[in-house]
Design a protein around this ligand. Structure first.
Ligand code: NOJ
Length: 548
């Protein structure tokens, strides 16, 4: 039987090196992470996504791997990893891990062997050219920080292709031997008890640029089906969460008929949601949702507010991007990166306004899809713009008001990255312990929202539709599943309002129960009652039915 557990999971993304330092050397590790599993379980998380934790020179935050079968010694050992899986599973938490197979580090033994000996089988593991291709400056992913997609290697006497930074050489997916190795890697981690993978850079992984003679598949999207087959044969309930920020006409090729990727990040909706928040209007969100293609029954969107990268606005027009910068009062020179996005965490974009922060996360939890929280979001962490590029929003977790925010007992100068210590986002102000003691904290709100999201399977499993309203600032939608009906209403405006929903008789005849809201409201008494909403307010309802 198909197990669609991921449709009602709440996923929590962790970078081990900045989460919790167990041995006090200044770097987060598995020992520290294990010590925080009760916290994660208490928050209501039931799936952890671990960012790369493999041996790495760490030039791209671990997305440059030198050994696929091991744990970075700075973070612990394979034994620690296995213990982490056991302890997570004891608490009912599944684990998925980052699978970075579009490229390896140039320090990976495969690349080293390829450069040393042109007769080595590893030469054909990468993509080479004797001359620098004419389009070497096209398709750069990190403009401003990356000059080319082809770099000369002295030892090999040829240029190698790298979609990302020059220290990340692309693997040759046209070579079946590469896939044999990659399947071994997947098989290895599956044997250690994980529930699947977050697959990095999928569009580039299956790209055939620079690859000439290929014999194994006719259509590159077949690689996705093959990966999925392998995954499901090894472990029936395992999933692939794919990173694929591609246009909507291509998305169906990633889901297939339910035979390819199960989850895709909702990049488009994320961007239109930002525009809706900036404009204080519901229409951009409705537009983003309307643009989504139909997806197969087992497919799912992974919804997020902020991930560990830049907040990409690449699908919006230049004017819309500028409008967001302007309405969020941001200085473009400081925050804009790679010609497409913002390197800030979310709360600083809305000046720490709790109402707008909750509005955004309330939408993340209720829009069709599975919510993905990045660690630190649950307490509303800020950023450090003095740090380079995306490091600005990758600062260590703020656990308490103790030195280094309780992240590590090492001297501050030894920390993997500075903890935010000053201002309204500094650890004395924003930390887990402080928020745990405050019943009105964002952390306690997140716990309640997560609990309620898990009590509403209509959202993850059901069909959904937008409900028309008489107020352009209000977005309302309904999710239905097996006779259950869930309705959420969100007010993007600073103006409080009383809104009328254009309901059909289905919902009108039933009783409405409040599930979660920004404050206590009068219960909805009659079907034609207007719904009151505070400034940036939101309300979740269960409409009729047998469920609580
Ligand atoms: C996407 C990851 O999220 C990002 O952090 C990384 O730099 C690139 N892929 C390259 O691996």
């Amino acid at each position: 039987m198909l197990d669609l557990w991921y449709k009602n999971a709440v996923i929590y993304c962790i970078d081990v090196e900045t989460f919790m330092d167990g041995n006090n050397d200044g770097i987060g590790d598995f020992e520290g992470l294990i010590s925080r599993l009760d916290y994660i379980a208490g928050l209501g998380i039931n799936c952890i996504w671990l960012m790369p934790f493999y041996p790495t020179p760490n030039r791209d935050n671990g997305y440059d791997i030198t050994d696929y079968y091991s744990v970075d010694p700075r973070l612990g050992s394979l034994g620690d990893f296995a213990e982490f899986i056991r302890q997570a599973s004891d608490r009912g938490i599944r684990v998925i891990v980052d699978l970075v197979i579009n490229h390896t580090s140039i320090d990976h033994p495969w690349f080293q062997a390829a450069c040393k000996d042109k007769n080595s089988k590893y030469k054909n593991f990468y993509v080479w050219s004797k001359e620098k291709p004419a389009d070497a400056e096209d398709g750069i992913v990190f403009p401003g920080y990356q000059d080319s997609t082809w770099t000369y290697n002295e030892e090999a006497g040829e240029y190698y292709f790298h979609r990302f930074f020059k220290y990340q050489a692309d693997l040759n997916v046209g070579n079946p031997e590469v896939w044999e190795e990659l399947y071994k890697v997947m098989g290895f981690w599956l044997e250690l008890g994980i529930s699947g993978f977050r697959v990095d850079a999928v569009p580039f992984l299956i790209e055939l640029k620079g690859i000439e003679a290929r014999t194994d598949v006719d259509d590159p999207y077949d690689y996705l089906r093959q990966m999925r087959d392998f995954l499901s044969w090894r472990r029936g309930d395992a999933i692939i969460l794919a990173e694929a920020n591609v246009s909507m006409d291509i998305i169906p090729k990633y889901f297939g008929d339910g035979d390819k990727m199960q989850l895709l990040f909702g990049f488009l909706v994320n961007q239109y949601l930002m525009l809706a928040i900036a404009r204080e209007e519901a229409e951009p969100l409705a537009k983003g949702l309307k643009a989504l293609p139909e997806i197969p029954a087992i497919g799912q969107w992974a919804n997020f507010i902020r991930n560990h990268d830049e907040l990409s606005l690449d699908k919006l027009s230049d004017q819309e991007q500028d409008e967001i910068l302007q309405k969020f009062h941001q200085n473009k020179d400081e925050v804009w990166i790679y010609d497409r996005g913002l390197r800030r965490r979310f709360p600083p974009l809305v000046d720490g306004d709790r109402r707008r922060v909750q509005l955004a996360y309330s939408l993340m939890f209720t829009l069709p899809g599975t919510p993905v929280l990045n660690s630190g979001e649950e307490i509303g962490m800020g950023d450090d713009l003095s740090l380079e590029q995306r490091a600005a929003s990758r600062t260590p977790m703020q656990w308490s008001a103790a030195a280094n925010g309780g992240f590590s007992k090492a001297p501050a100068s030894d920390l993997i990255r500075p903890v935010i210590s000053d201002g309204k986002y500094g650890y004395p102000e924003v930390n887990v312990i402080g928020q745990r003691q405050d019943p009105n904290s964002l952390l306690n709100w997140m716990e309640r929202a997560i609990r309620m999201r898990k009590e509403c399977p209509e959202i993850g499993w059901g069909d959904w539709e937008q409900i028309e309203t008489d107020n352009p600032s209000v977005f309302a939608h309904r999710c239905c599943w097996r006779g259950g009906e869930f309705v959420a209403v969100h007010n993007f405006s600073k103006e409080a309002c009383s809104v009328c929903l254009r309901l059909d008789s289905r919902s009108e005849q039933k009783q409405w129960f409040d599930l979660l809201a920004d404050r206590a409201y009068e219960p909805i008494a009659a079907p034609d009652t207007k719904i009151d909403l505070e400034s940036y307010g939101y309300r979740w309802f269960r409409v009729g039915g047998e469920r609580l």
